[in-house]
Design a binder for this molecule. Structure first.
Ligand code: AMP
Ligand code: AMP
Length: 361
């Protein structure tokens, strides 16, 4: 395994027994180089903790150009995230922070069986990624959910069709009848039968970033974003008749994120929604339940109904605009508090109080 170590740090020469240490400096915050790694690395550093980024060769430039990583491990390929690497992480007392690229690059099974220290509840990953389980959880939390259509023949209104493997909204399509569904499906995805048909909610997407700390017992709203999706966010730039003439199918490939704030009068409802999600997660039989950062992905209608169409039980990339903190964290903290930094602070506090196992999954 090729290894690049920053000369700034001398690594412990052998296995240190620091797992039980209550000194945050005996640990390293580690993450995979993609998604929200810059924020996580900077957050660790801002909290005075050491950090480490694991990169795929050829993708390391941002982590060198933006000087936020103390050390870097380079892999030829993500499949080299193997037992040997896990041992190396353990030797360094690394605490791995999961984000959206883990499951995308390592696969759910590999992530489930990572043996190094891992911030968050692994069992919750299944509840998040299995659509039926996710819906059960969100229904239990009494959230408003878009209707799901069991079969294409039932489609009687605009629906959004989502393929399971779809990365970042790629390949979703919107139709309003069974005929339209089969027309698009058979033409573009003849062999892919793992999809969900959801009522298309007309409104504005709002992604609500939460943080629940088992150490402080408090639920926080960290920020919100809206996504910048191709081509959904560009279709309005041409006339309706040109849209029809060019037969464009709307797609939702995520390209970036934009900051947004919500009407202040809606904040009480958002806090309650987040609290119910955390509370019900404890009754799912999924380890310690949900903690750390998570996101409710919502559409808010003109009647101000908040429909939740998905939950992400980890840091979302929509927090990236807030590396210097969000309008909400500015109200609560006297330092710029990103979600990445909030994670590091949770870990630091857990270590100092001898409660690290409470935040490891
Ligand atoms: P990437 O490392 O950019 O290939 O992304 C890995 C996974 O995270 C993919 O499933 C993406 O859809 C998701 N992802 C990456 N960036 C974002 C973003 N800004 N917002 C939402 N999801 C994202
Ligand atoms: P997702 O990959 O599930 O986060 O969804 C990608 C995008 O599809 C979202 O940002 C929304 O713009 C859109 N979307 C997803 N579900 C719905 C829905 N039920 N109604 C309307 N738009 C949706």
């Amino acid at each position: 395994m090729p290894l690049v170590e920053s000369p700034k740090y001398r690594m412990p020469k052998k296995n240190s027994p620091a797992q039980a240490s209550t000194n945050p400096k005996d640990y390293v915050i580690a993450t995979m180089g993609s998604h929200s790694a810059l924020q996580i690395l900077k957050g660790a550093r801002d909290e005075g903790m050491r950090n480490l980024v694991i990169c795929k060769k050829g993708k390391e430039r941002p982590y060198k150009s933006f000087p936020v990583a103390d050390e870097m491990i380079l892999l030829d390929d993500w499949k080299d995230w193997n037992d040997q690497l896990e041992e190396e992480l353990k030797r360094r007392n690394a605490i791995v922070i999961p984000h959206g690229s883990y499951v995308a690059y390592l696969g759910p099974e590999r992530v489930k069986h990572l043996t190094s220290m891992y911030y968050g509840t692994k069992e919750i990953l299944e509840w998040e990624s299995n659509r039926v389980m996710e819906r059960t959880w969100l229904e239990k939390a009494e959230l408003l959910l878009p209707r799901v259509f069991e079969k294409p023949e039932d489609i009687d209104r605009p629906v959004i069709v989502k393929f399971h493997g779809a990365g970042g909204g790629f390949g979703y399509f919107v139709v309003k009848s069974p005929e339209q569904f089969y027309e698009v499906k058979n033409r573009k995805y003849p062999d892919d039968n793992d999809f969900v048909i959801q009522e298309y909610i007309v409104g504005v997407p709002m992604y609500i970033h939460y943080f629940y700390s088992p150490i402080t017992g408090e639920l926080e709203i960290m920020g919100m974003d809206k996504r910048y999706e191709s081509n959904a966010d560009s279709i309005g730039r041409i006339r309706a008749e040109d849209q029809l003439a060019s037969n464009i199918h709307t797609s939702y490939t995520i390209v970036g994120n934009m900051p947004v704030v919500i009407r202040e009068s809606m904040l009480p409802e958002l806090f309650e929604m987040g609290e119910r999600v955390v509370k019900t997660s404890r009754s799912l039989g999924a380890g310690k339940g949900l903690f750390g950062p998570f996101c409710l992905e919502t559409i808010v209608t003109r009647k101000l109904q908040v429909f939740v169409f998905e939950i992400s039980a980890r840091i979302v990339a929509g927090t990236n605009p807030y590396i210097e903190g969000s309008p909400y964290t500015a109200l609560k903290y006297d330092v710029p508090m990103s979600t990445g930094r909030r994670i590091a602070r949770d870990i630091k506090q857990a270590i100092s109080e001898g409660r690290l196992p409470e935040v490891l999954g």
